[in-house]
Design a protein around this ligand. Sequence first.
Ligand SMILES: N[C@@H](CCC(=O)N[C@@H](CS)C(=O)NCC(=O)O)C(=O)O
Length: 232
Amino acid sequence: MLPAMSIVMHDLAGADPDLRFSPYCWRTRFALAHKGLPVETIPWRFTETEAIAFSGQGKVPVIRDGAEVVSDSWAIAEYLEDRYPSPTLFGGTGGRAHALFVNAWADAVLVGGIARFIVRDLFDVIDPKDRHYFRISREQRFGTTLEAVQEGREERLAAFRNQLMPVRLVLRRQKWLGGTAPSYADFIVAGTLMWPHCGSPFALLAGDDPIGTWFREVQALYGGLGLAAKCV
Ligand SMILES: N[C@@H](CCC(=O)N[C@@H](CS)C(=O)NCC(=O)O)C(=O)O
């Protein structure tokens, strides 16, 4: 079943409105594409809190599907699965439970880890009107300057790459994190990797990393949605 109108999604953008790099918004973009749901994305900047006030919170992604408003990428994935069951994102209740673990791992380990490699690069690509807010809020979070957070990244790279070993071990045995077909687990991890891929020139994955091969295959899905993404 298709919605009567396109789903509208507020999607984080840089100074360049075509530059979309949010790890959470990409999870939702892949999920919508997997469901075959048409979407109209609206570029959103960190300081445009008024534009998403109707959702009752201050972060993106936010989707509007007719009268329904849903925020938070995980809540959106569950909403889409329940409202538009086929094709499935999770592959049943067990798959949904396991995807929740992947989501928690990506939020706690991947997002936190990646931020330390790219947060100063992101400052350069976000809209100038967002820069003051971004610097103050992130420096408060990290307890130091953006420059200091990112410093020494070359030396920290090997340890970060080791943290991705669970993904490699799974992909050694099966083509997708979802098994024989892509599932929301793939979109969580690939969506998160779209963040450094689009927002920073820094190469986080080694050229011969099998995760890179799988990542390009996820990007190639749905007419090359991820491959077509604008990157810095
Ligand atoms: N748990 C939320 C996190 C969403 C989130 O943190 N979004 C970021 C953009 S990547 C945001 O809107 N940040 C606003 C801010 O920092 O003020 C989800 O999964 O959607």
